[in-house]
Design a protein around this ligand. Structure first.
Ligand code: GLY
Ligand code: MN
Length: 476
């Protein structure tokens, strides 16, 4: 008996060891949102669509940069929100009723969530990295059933005939190409037929539902956004301590990106905006090629993305460490506007009221300086040509709603931008662009500023700028 049991056990543990070996090098980050939370989200979707429906979600397309080079891959927000899965060419089917899937010639299982993944392929993996495969999909991502993409067509067709009335599926966008397009061709065919009224099922949009779920952040999501924002705030401290006249805007950009990645962020949430003087007045300036001169104000709108969650923080500071009188005047109006807006933030407050609080400070402030000739009306908008802020989350401009609620995260980012030769404006104010942007978490009673570690009072900025930062060190 013993001599029989031993080899079987040894064989089994060898197989398990091999399997675990293959999964060992796929996920290195440990501070991630738990598979259980993703599961809860998928369960919520199933509850919302009901038992006479199924939903199909698919991954973001890969995008070619040029030749053999792709842009760095980033998962689609909604697909990631439901799975935490970062691989391309993957599809999720949710079916509250359950779908029977033949997983091997002899085994059939019924599952109400099926993740279709790229099959393991040692040759491809040698070039582009290890794949989760079906084992990884189930053991690391935690979906009930993961199967290879090759099975998608037949399972999708089974889904259509599983006695449902509604199919939630997003239309296939024009940027879907290559492998994903081929993979999704049965879906495209079905949508095309449905357009010709040839469908027994009603097609519905799955995205709106997931967007609604994403408005109020969970505790784990707040932790991620808190981390992304803290990382960004430290980067702003370093930038203030490092910048000096003679540096180039791209050196500041490099410093921010270094500080993000140095702290474990995988990416920036959006391309860094580092505009000095005439570039500080361009809202989404990001060529970042100019030499920063003595007397320039520098507007840096840079923030990290951490585990897919993006922060968004802007600071404006004088290149030489000391604000001029005019820079101070403009800066103080923007800061007062931001504080007035933040004071209004609490559950139940309307975003238009929060915005109006900032508008009023800016309108009065610009009029008092003689930059606008009317206190009333919208002439201040010429110098503050954007909204007050937006939600942050998996997208830097995330889904929000007009009425604030605890667990929402919003940026508050008023600004004043006075370009050269602005009509009727004293030349001493030319080329001053100031935006102050913080990430606010709406709490039960008001709000918490998650980016408070990045100095924003004039004195605090000037004090920080007296320090030396990591960017002052010459490379050679
Ligand atoms: N940080 C860029 C923006 O909010 O538009
Ligand atoms: Mn923003």
């Amino acid at each position: 008996m013993r001599s029989f049991m031993l080899p079987v056990f040894a064989l089994l543990s060898f197989a398990i060891a091999q399997e675990n070996e293959a999964l060992k090098y796929i996920q290195y980050d440990t501070d991630v949102i738990t598979p259980a939370e993703y599961k809860t989200r998928r369960d919520s979707v199933m509850k919302m669509i009901g038992s006479d429906a199924a939903a199909v979600f698919y991954s973001a397309p890969e995008r070619m940069r040029n030749g053999d080079v792709d842009y760095l891959y980033r998962q689609s927000d909604n697909f990631y929100y439901l799975t935490g899965f970062t691989e391309p060419n993957s599809i999720l089917i949710l079916s509250p009723k359950g779908i029977r899937v033949k997983v091997t010639d002899t085994t059939t299982v019924t599952s109400n969530e099926i993740l279709f993944v790229q099959s393991k392929n040692p040759m491809a993996e040698a070039w582009t990295g290890r794949r989760y495969g079906t084992e990884g999909g189930m053991k690391l991502i935690g979906v009930q059933l993961a199967v290879v993409n090759e099975k998608f067509k037949s399972v999708f067709q089974q889904t259509l005939f599983s006695g449902i009335k509604y199919l939630y599926v997003q239309s296939i966008t024009s940027d879907v190409s290559g492998t994903l397009k081929d993979l999704l061709s049965p879906v495209q065919l079905y949508i095309d037929n449905a357009k010709r009224n040839n469908s027994k099922l009603e097609l519905r949009d799955p995205n709106a539902m997931v967007h609604t779920m994403r408005i109020i952040k969970s505790k784990q999501e707040i932790d991620m956004l808190r981390k992304a924002t803290e990382i960004s705030a430290i980067a702003h401290q370093q930038a203030m301590a490092s910048v000096e006249p003679g540096m180039f805007e791209y050196e500041l950009q490099a410093l921010y990106e270094y500080a993000f990645q140095r702290q474990g962020a995988e990416y920036y949430g959006y391309p860094c905006i580092n505009g000095a003087a005439e570039n500080s007045v361009i809202l989404h300036y990001n060529s970042n090629r100019k030499k920063i001169n003595n007397g320039d104000i520098v507007l840096s709108d840079c923030a990290a993305e951490y585990r897919g969650y993006s922060s968004d923080v802007t600071r404006s500071y004088p290149a030489n460490g000391k604000f001029t009188k005019e820079q101070k005047e403009i800066y103080q109006i923007v800061l007062n506007a931001q504080k007035a807006a933040i004071a209004v933030m609490k559950p139940g407050a309307n975003w238009s009221d929060v915005s109006a609080a900032a508008d009023s400070v800016i309108a009065n402030g610009l009029f008092a300086l003689g930059i606008t000739k009317q206190k009333e009306g919208i002439s201040f908008k010429k110098f503050y040509n954007h909204g007050l802020g937006h939600a942050v989350g998996l997208n830097v401009h995330d889904v929000g709603q007009p009425t604030l609620a605890a667990g929402m995260l919003y940026t508050v980012e008023p600004g004043i931008y006075i370009p050269e030769k602005a009509d009727g404006v004293d030349a001493k104010y030319f080329n001053i662009g100031v935006r102050i942007e913080d990430v606010l978490l709406v709490s039960e009673t008001g709000s918490e500023n998650l980016s408070a570690a990045a100095p924003r009072e004039i004195n605090d900025i000037e004090t920080m700028m007296k320090k030396k930062g990591i960017g002052n060190q010459p490379l050679k």
